[in-house]
Structures are given as C-alpha cells and as structure tokens.
Design a binder for this molecule. Structure first.
Ligand SMILES: NC(=O)CC(=O)C(=O)O
Length: 285
C-alpha cells in the first residue's frame, strides 16, 4: 500500500441547508468551503443535491449541462473555489442534464480547479414504506453505470452517492483498486437515517478497512424530503471520528491514512480471503 509522505490531512464535511434559490446555494457552498479551508482542510465534501431542493419539480429546473457555462453555475462555483482555495472538492451532487436525460452527479475537482471525475449515481433510491415514505428516484433520474475512483492530491478516493452505500460490492471494488477513502455525499431520510445511516457507513469502513466520509444536507433544507443530516467520518476500524446532528454545520476533522495500513497489518483479513471458496469479480483489476 502506498502511503504519502503526509498521511494526515484535514477534511471538511459541509452540511448545508439547501434553499430554493440556486444562487444562495452556490454562495453557501462557496463560503462553507472557504471556512473549511481556513480551518486547514485540504479536502471538502458537499452534500447530495446541495444546489437544488430534492424534489421532482425543482430538479429539471436546476439541472446543469456541464458543457454549457451559462447553465453550469454550480459546476463553475465548485471549480473556482477549488482553484482559489487550492483545495480538492468532492462536489456532493447536482442534477446534470445530458441530452434528454438527468443524472444525479458528483463532480470531483482538483486543487487547481480542474474536473478530475464525474460520478453518476449508480443505484437510484426506491422505497415504499407504507404510512411512512415512498420515493422513486428513477421517475426523475437515469442511473449511471460506472464506478468512480479518482487520484487526487489527497489520495485515491472512491465515490458513491447516498443509496450507492447500500451496495457492498461497489465499496469492495474501490478497495481492490486501491482507495483508502470512500466519499458518499448522501441524503438519507429520517426513517432510514435513524436505522441505517451510521450502520451502513461503519459496515463499508470495517469490511474494507478504509475511511468512509459522508456529507448530507441539513434537516431544514427546502422541499418535502425529510433529511436525516449527520454527516460523518468513520475510520478503518469502523469507529466514528467525527459527526454532527441535523443542523447546518461544517465539520472539519482529520483523516490519518496510516490507520489504513495499521488496521490491515494488525487484522489482515484482506489477505485471508479464500478465493478458492468464493470469488469477487472485481479482484485484481
Ligand atoms: N438519497 C438517497 O439515496 C436516500 C436513501 O438512500 C435513504 O435511505 O434515504
């Protein structure tokens, strides 16, 4: 495993309150990234759908064609602030328009503002809990089909968006391809959030012996979707390094990549896999 000469870095999780005014959302994203940067963060994560209320009537109106500067104000904001603050930005997600389709897309920018990767949410959230919540994300978005691993100044990072966290195979693939951190911008709702948000993060971290960072909008975000919040960093032992409640807040905390090596050396489960007994198709790619 490669370990950089500076295995420790500060990460900022920007839990934003999303409004129905895109300009305000862009300003909030900008100021929260500036704040995290002033606290020494070299990497920030924004929430899922941070520029737009999570609702099918807003999403098509707020969607951006990233090729078209006129429509892509959130894309441009992320790129500019990454360059100005010299910080790597995992840009949560924004609705992306591509032809006649919409995708729920996370853009990753380097510390000089260049687009490094674009992750289109692979698993769209579908839920029918009688008397509680019904949500069909596929009514609005098309699903992406590509895993996203990105090499940045601050390490090799795997990207998933919210419901993607429920699929352990994706996290295993990222681990196999050398990620030491997986970032999941997300917006669990209050029902699944209370039961599963922390559990899913800790499970992905402990099974793969790597860091998991999540970033959610805050509860008071616009729209009818009841957001759980609780943006969190989990270490390779599955312990919570830092978390927050449901209010708007920027969490700045430390990722110490040496914990990945130490955990894997002391509990070498990844070397003990019995490929003669079971096989994972993502191996050795
Ligand atoms: N945005 C989502 O994918 C929501 C989700 O997974 C949930 O449990 O809520």
């Amino acid at each position: 495993m490669q370990e950089s000469s500076e295995p420790q870095l500060k990460i900022g999780l920007c839990q934003l309150s999303v409004t129905s005014d895109k300009k305000v959302n862009n300003e909030k994203a900008r100021s929260s990234i500036e704040y995290a940067s002033k606290q020494g963060a070299k990497l920030v994560v924004l929430p899922e759908l941070w520029n737009c209320p999570n609702s099918s009537d807003f999403i098509p109106l707020f969607a951006e064609d990233f090729e078209d500067e006129e429509s892509a104000s959130s894309f441009e904001t992320m790129s500019q602030v990454a360059r100005e603050q010299k910080i790597t930005v995992v840009g949560g997600s924004v609705p992306e328009r591509s032809g006649d389709r919409l995708y729920n897309t996370c853009c990753v920018f380097s510390s000089n503002g260049e687009l490094l990767a674009k992750h289109r949410k692979i698993h769209l959230f579908e839920i029918n809990m009688e008397g509680d919540i019904t949500f069909h994300e596929s009514d609005t978005f098309a699903a992406g089909s590509d895993p996203t691993i990105v090499d940045t100044d601050v390490g090799r990072i795997g990207i998933g968006i919210c419901h993607d966290i429920r699929f352990p195979e994706l996290a295993m693939l990222y681990r196999d391809r050398g990620a030491h951190l997986i970032c999941y911008p997300g917006a669990f709702n209050v029902s699944t959030g209370e039961a599963l948000w922390e559990l899913q993060q800790r499970a992905r971290a402990v099974d793969n012996q790597l860091f998991v960072a999540t970033c959610s909008p805050s509860r008071d975000s616009a729209g009818s979707y009841p957001v759980w919040g609780h943006s969190t960093l989990v270490n390779p032992l599955g312990e919570i390094v830092a978390t927050v409640g449901h209010d708007e807040s920027v969490v700045v905390t430390e990722v110490d990549y040496s914990a990945v090596r130490i955990t894997r050396e002391s509990l070498p489960i990844l070397k003990q896999r019995r490929e003669d007994v079971y096989q994972f198709i993502g191996l050795n790619e």
